[in-house]
Ligand binder design. Structure first.
Ligand code: S3P
Length: 452
């Protein structure tokens, strides 16, 4: 039997009727990390509104403060005074990124081209995740790495006196790897080029341009994106920066409303950047009633309000090439699929194995515990639904320090016949601290669960 960690906080979710109301999800996590990173680097003052104050993003803020950036809050606005490109200070002591993969990988890139040492640590989940994908291109730029257990945390890096600009073809679909190389290139002389055969979220490119970086994107005959960045140029503060609502957080109330009979929910101000909207596209194909209202542009990004009503979903095959635009949404899509008529097939999921947990395995085990018919493959998952939710639920789910596993299975409990308990609610604070209160406000029934 596994020992019970007394710090764990189990939470149970049970069916309690329709979800109704209007909500605003917190700021986008990817953009919030980058707002602290680039605001902290660029010369001058950046004022950030709508920042996600999740633990992951706050860790990135502390890292930038440890390297010389100054940040304070004025009401709801974060005011960041940056050091200027090339002028980060050597951090004193270790930098603890907790659960935050994006934070640590982008920061390793950012400081990798500096002639000083930086040491990174994280929680048990982050210490299991592969860092070689970022360290390998950094090594090509001249970075020394000292790691005790393979390319995993805890580890230290030390940049060369002058970093070598490189041209790097990213071997997996990863915005974090792309971004880490570009950020290292900011402090390397000459042009650093990242070649991205499969397009991933483009927040780094867009935001660096907004901060005045010289960056050029072209697409070759094979459709690969070539992102060329001129290093050692000035970066200047973006002035006012507004972070739109996170589509990866919106996914939870969205799916909850779709599967809970009678529901009618509006989710305001959701980022609609096409590199992030794969889940909405898939749910629409499944027959979801999602009205995309008041499309507008805010601070260079498209946003919209989503009007969602309970819908009878049908199973679909999700094209594997859509994976990068919905990579964080497969756990909650699996929950939607559990209520669809027929089978939903998800393929091209290899990257899910190296997220905050092995998400493919964690989802499959959670489905198993709750009586949901599914098949787990090496990089695929198929789920066969029960539209009335009959016989579903009743399980206890191990969340493996993974916020999205936690939220996905709480959403399951909102519509399944029997309640669902997750072993630990704490990690939800890394990306969506308001989740429990927001869902309760819509009518969900969430209460402390038993420890066994
Ligand atoms: C992110 C990129 C994705 C995503 C993560 C955020 C980013 O990771 O899963 O939540 O902000 O760049 P990968 O780069 O590992 O695909």
């Amino acid at each position: 039997m596994q020992p019970i960690d007394q710090a764990f906080r189990p939470l149970a979710s049970r069916r309690a009727g329709a979800l109704t109301g209007r909500v605003r999800v917190p700021g986008d996590k990817s953009i919030s990390h980058r707002a602290f990173l680039f605001g902290g680097l660029a010369a001058g003052t950046t004022r950030i509104s709508g920042l996600l104050e999740g633990e992951d993003v706050l860790a990135t803020g502390r890292a930038m403060a440890a390297m010389g950036a100054r940040m304070k809050k004025d009401g709801d606005v974060w005011i960041v005074d940056g050091v200027g490109n090339g002028a980060l200070l050597e951090p004193d002591g270790v930098i603890d990124f907790g659960n935050a993969g994006t934070g640590v990988r982008l920061t390793m890139g950012l400081v990798g081209s500096y002639d000083f040492a930086a040491t990174f640590v994280g929680d048990a989940s982050l210490s299991r995740r592969p860092m070689g994908r970022v360290l390998d291109p950094l090594r090509l730029m001249g970075v020394q790495v000292v790691a005790r257990s393979g390319d995993r945390l805890p580890l230290s890096i030390h940049g060369p006196r002058v970093a070598a600009p490189i041209s790097y073809r990213v071997p997996m679909a990863s915005a974090q790897v792309k971004s880490a190389v570009l950020l290292a290139g900011l402090n390397a002389p000459g042009v650093t080029t990242v070649i991205e055969p499969v397009a991933t979220r483009d927040h780094t490119e867009k935001m660096l341009l907004g901060f005045g970086a010289k960056l050029d994107v072209t697409v070759d005959a094979e459709g690969a994106r070539h992102i060329a960045l001129e290093g050692q140029g000035p970066l200047s503060a973006a002035g006012d920066l507004t972070v739109p609502g996170d589509p990866s957080s919106a996914a939870f109330p969205l799916v909850a409303a779709l599967i809970t009979p009678g529901s009618d929910v509006v989710i305001e101000n959701v980022l609609m950047n096409p590199t992030r909207t794969g889940l909405i596209e898939t749910l629409l194909e499944m027959g979801a009633s999602i009205e995309i209202a008041d499309r507008r542009n805010e601070g260079g990004e498209d946003v919209a309000d989503l009007h969602v009503r309970h819908s009878q979903l049908k199973g679909v095959a999700v094209p594997p090439e859509r994976a990068p635009s919905m990579i964080d949404e497969y756990p909650v899509l699996a929950i939607a699929a559990a209520f669809a008529d027929g089978t939903t097939l998800m393929q091209g999921l290899d990257e899910l194995r190296v997220k905050e947990s092995d998400r493919l395995s964690a989802v499959a085990k959670g489905l198993e515990a709750n009586g949901i018919s599914h098949v787990e493959g090496k990089d695929s998952l198929s789920v066969t639904g029960r539209p009335d939710g009959k016989g579903l639920g009743g399980g206890r789910v191990d969340t493996h320090l993974d916020h999205r596993i936690a939220m996905s299975f709480l959403v399951l409990g909102m519509a399944s016949e029997a309640p669902v308990t997750i072993d630990d609610v704490r990690m939800i604070a890394t990306s969506f601290p308001e989740f429990v209160a927001m869902m309760a406000g819509l009518g969900a029934a969430l209460e402390p669960g038993s420890r066994n």
